[in-house]
Design a protein around this ligand. Structure first.
Ligand SMILES: O=P(O)(O)OC[C@H]1O[C@@H](O)[C@H](O)[C@@H](O)[C@@H]1O
Length: 316
C-alpha cells in the first residue's frame, strides 16, 4: 500500500488546482479538485462521509448523534482499546463496549497533500488526528490508566480512502489492546450484495454463542442478522463486496497488520432495538466490513509503536 505523505512538489502548486480543507463545527472536510470528499468529526475522529464517483460511499444513520453525546452510528468509528464488551478481570474491564476512542474528542493535527508520480496529476490529501491520555476524560483515564498516543490518518484519493492508526506506548508499562475500523459501507440493497474472499476461513459467530465455524461460501449472502469475526486473514487479499447480479465489485478492502474482519448487519429486530438507528429499514442499506485486530490482544511494550491500516477502493 502506498503511503502518500510527500509534500506537494514546489512549483506545481501555482498551476494546478489543489485539495481544499475546511474546519468548522468540530468537523474537518477535505475535497479534491476532481470532486471527491471526506468529512471527519473530531468526536471519535469518525469519518462520517466519503464521496467518490459522485456518490456517498458510507452509511450514516438518520438518527446518528453528531453532538458528542454518543458514538456516531455510521461512517467509520474507531474501536480502541477493546472490541465488544470488555472481558471481566482485564485491564479494559471498566471501559464501555468498543473502548473510548469513538467517544473521545480528538485533536486535528493537520493536513498534507501530494500528487502521485505515476498518473496524470492524481491528487491525495491526508488528514491527521491525535488522541492521547492527556485528552481523555477523567473517567476514561481512570478506567485505562496507560500513557498512550494514537495518530489516525485519513487519506483521500480519487478512488480510495485509506485509514491508518498508529498506537504508541509512551509510558513505562506494557499494555494490551485490540483495534478495529468499524466501517459502515453504503449499499443499495443488502440482498443484492455478496462478500467474497472469505471462503474456508474460520469465523466466530456472535449470533450463535460465539461458536467457531468455517466459511463454506465463496460469495457470502447476508440473509439475516450477521455478526461474525473472520480470523487469521491475509491482509493483502482484498475483501470484496460485489453486486450479486453481475459480480461487479462495489468495494474492495485491503489491510495492513489487521488480520481479522468483522461482517455485521443487525437486520430488522436489532435495528429496531437501536435508538440511534433510523429508519428501521435502513439495515438494508448498509453492511459493516470491519478491519481489525480483535481475536487476541496486541501487547505494546513501553516505548514501542504499532501501525495498522485499511484501504477501501470504491466501485472499481
Ligand atoms: O452498538 P455498537 O456498540 O456500536 O456495536 C455495534 C456492533 O459492532 C460490531 O462490531 C459487533 O461485532 C456487534 O456485536 C455490535 O453489535
Amino acid at each position: 500500500m502506498d503511503r502518500s505523505n510527500k509534500p506537494s512538489a514546489i512549483g506545481l502548486g501555482k498551476s494546478l488546482p489543489q485539495p481544499t480543507v475546511s474546519i468548522q463545527d468540530n468537523t474537518v472536510e477535505a475535497s479534491l479538485p476532481t470532486g471527491e470528499s471526506v468529512t471527519v468529526h473530531l468526536y471519535g475522529a469518525t469519518v462520517t462521509s466519503w464521496k467518490a464517483n459522485g456518490q456517498e460511499q458510507l452509511f450514516l444513520s438518520q438518527k446518528a448523534h453528531l453532538d458528542g453525546s454518543k458514538p456516531i452510528r455510521g461512517g467509520i468509528p474507531v474501536v480502541f482499546p477493546v472490541f465488544g464488551p470488555p472481558p471481566k478481570d482485564h485491564a479494559t474491564s471498566a471501559l464501555p463496549q468498543h473502548g473510548f476512542a469513538r467517544n473521545s474528542t480528538w485533536e486535528y493535527l493537520g493536513k498534507s497533500s501530494s500528487e502521485s508520480a505515476d498518473s496524470q496529476g492524481d491528487m491525495t490529501v491526508k488528514l491527521d488526528f491525535g488522541l492521547s491520555h492527556t485528552l481523555l476524560s477523567e473517567e476514561f483515564r481512570k478506567a485505562w490508566p496507560y500513557e498512550f498516543a494514537l495518530v489516525y490518518s485519513v487519506t483521500l484519493n480519487k478512488n480510495s480512502l485509506m485509514t491508518a492508526l498508529e498506537v504508541r506506548n509512551e509510558g513505562k508499562e506494557n499494555f494490551d489492546f485490540q483495534v478495529l475500523m468499524h466501517t459502515y459501507l453504503s449499499v443499495e440493497d443488502i440482498s443484492a450484495v455478496r462478500v467474497k474472499n472469505l471462503e474456508s476461513k474460520t469465523y466466530i459467530d456472535k449470533t450463535q454463542n460465539a461458536t467457531s465455524h468455517t466459511e463454506a461460501s465463496n460469495a457470502l449472502a447476508i440473509t439475516g442478522e450477521t455478526d461474525r469475526v473472520y480470523q487469521a486473514l491475509d491482509p493483502a487479499v482484498p475483501i470484496i463486496v460485489s453486486s450479486a447480479a453481475d459480480d461487479k465489485p462495489l468495494f474492495s478492502i485491503t489491510r495492513e497488520a489487521l488480520t481479522d474482519v468483522v461482517v455485521w448487519n443487525p437486520w430488522i429486530e436489532k435495528a429496531k432495538g437501536m435508538a440511534d438507528f433510523a429508519p428501521d429499514e435502513a439495515y438494508k442499506n448498509m453492511i459493516c466490513v470491519e478491519a481489525g485486530s480483535v481475536s487476541g490482544w496486541q501487547t505494546l511494550e513501553a516505548g514501542d509503536s504499532w501501525e495498522g491500516a485499511q484501504n477501501i477502493k470504491s466501485r472499481l
